[in-house]
Design a protein around this ligand. Structure first.
Ligand code: XUL
Ligand code: CO
Length: 438
């Protein structure tokens, strides 16, 4: 039985097509820099936004109907979401999905019953995966919605709540292994604080590390070979969240000896909330060998919260794909942690949102490849640092055995430094525009 009966298989029709239900740029078999688009862009569907969220906001209830013909809170509804999800992914040619524990079943009062439901639904999901070849990109535990997590999970002031966080992480890891997930995500939704006055920051951060260490140990024990990810976000729902941005999260992982097992899952809108560009957090992750996966969405510069829009900004997608190509690709994938705007509430809008996102990243990939093949940006950057490679003083500095006295003596010998050379930002921005709009 079909849920999205009126929606056809979504095909590539090319940039001239005016069909809203067709790809204009995402052509899965097209080869870019030696690899198929579909391999460069392992897209994933986020269970929570696509199959659960109905557009509820602070001022009103849902507008979209995601009951899929069933009563909410039942296992029948949970199964209908599986049916809807797999039909949706197949129609778009999406090969992966991501989930939280409580996205896939209604949470019961007793965690033992929730876990039983999780076993039942993942048996069903596994059947669908085997039928379709669709895979799990990553799993996670929702440790921010249930009221018990109002003061965080690993960072909670309550040992009992900490124990519940452990129980949820344990189960979510088991489910991720059962479904063959490539990664396991920690998004520290409420791992942070509202006020320092009542908060022992060191205690809370040490406890988050304890939870993560136990997760790594247990995950490896039950055969999880993938990456653990931290998904940084500076604020929302908490006023200050500990995984503020990639640099902060990487510092935390290194301080606690967790950096070998963890990488970053960078979400565009989280990076911009932290006051960075998307590509900034990608670059910081990549230079630390920790660029794992991406939550592909975009924010709104006029709004101060996480709007999770389907990405349409080709400039940003190009800069993202430039970082990804330079890093040699992702070990994870591109999860559309994105939702339709509240007034776009139809089934057709769900598909159009994904078509927009997939086309935007396809364009970003093509334009980033052109930028690299064009070479002007990379050549300029190499030339900009060339004094370190083609002068004696530069080589001395890079040798790592120079002393402050020796280098100072060189400067004193010169008396006056020349300017460092123009940064040529406007020239480079022009190059990018030329590539984007040629
Ligand atoms: C929230 C967010 C989460 C994580 C998974 O801002 O991005 O949905 O991706 O917990
Ligand atoms: Co996310």
């Amino acid at each position: 039985m079909s849920i999205f009966e009126s929606i056809p298989q979504i095909k590539y029709e090319g940039p001239k097509s005016k069909n809203p239900l067709a790809f204009k740029y995402y052509d899965p078999d097209k080869v870019i820099m030696g690899k198929k688009m579909s391999e460069h862009l392992p897209f994933a569907m986020a269970w929570w936004h696509n199959l659960c969220a109905e557009g509820t906001d602070m001022f009103g209830r849902g507008v979209a109907n995601k009951s899929f013909g069933c009563e909410y809170g039942t296992m029948e509804h949970a199964k209908a979401k599986v049916d809807a999800g797999f039909e949706f992914m197949q129609k778009l040619g999406i090969k992966y999905f991501c989930f939280h524990d409580v996205d896939i079943v209604p949470e019961a009062d007793d965690i033992k019953e929730t876990n039983r439901r999780l076993d039942e639904i993942t048996d069903y999901i596994l059947e669908k995966m085997n039928e379709t070849g669709i895979k799990c990109l990553w799993g996670t535990a929702n440790m921010f919605s249930n009221p018990r997590f109002c003061n965080g999970a690993g960072s909670s002031n309550s040992a009992e709540v900490f124990a519940f966080a452990c129980a949820q992480v344990k189960k979510a890891l088991e489910l991720t292994v059962k479904l063959g997930g490539r990664g396991y995500v920690f998004w520290g939704g409420r791992e942070g604080y509202e006020t320092l006055i009542n908060t022992d920051v060191k205690f809370e951060q040490d406890n988050i590390a304890r939870l993560m260490k136990m997760a790594v140990e247990y995950g490896r024990k039950i055969g999880f070979t993938g990456d653990f990810y931290i998904e940084p976000k500076p604020k929302e729902p908490m006023k200050h969240q500990y995984d503020f941005d990639a640099a902060t999260a990487i510092g935390f992982l290194k301080a606690h000896g967790l950096d070998k097992d963890f990488k970053m899952n960078i979400e565009a809108n989280h990076a911009t909330l932290a006051g960075h560009t998307f590509e900034h957090d990608l670059r910081i992750s990549a230079i630390n060998g920790m660029l794992g996966s991406i939550d592909a969405n975009q924010g709104d510069y006029l709004l101060g919260w996480d709007t999770d829009e389907f990405p349409f900004d080709v400039y940003s997608a190009t800069m993202c794909m430039y970082e990804v190509l330079k890093a040699g690709g992702l070990t994870g994938g591109f999860n559309f942690d994105a939702k339709n705007r509240r007034p776009s509430y139809t089934y057709e809008d769900m598909f159009i949102g994904f078509i927009l996102g997939m086309d935007t990243f396809a364009l970003g990939l093509m334009k980033a490849a052109e930028l690299i093949e064009d070479g002007r940006v990379d050549e300029f950057k190499a030339q900009r640092y060339s004094s370190y490679y083609n002068t004696e003083i530069g080589k001395k500095i890079l040798s790592d055995n120079a002393t402050l006295e020796e280098i100072s003596a060189y400067a004193e010998g010169l008396g006056k430094a020349s300017l460092p050379g123009s940064g040529k930002q406007e020239y480079l921005e022009g190059v990018i525009n030329q590539i984007l709009f040629n």
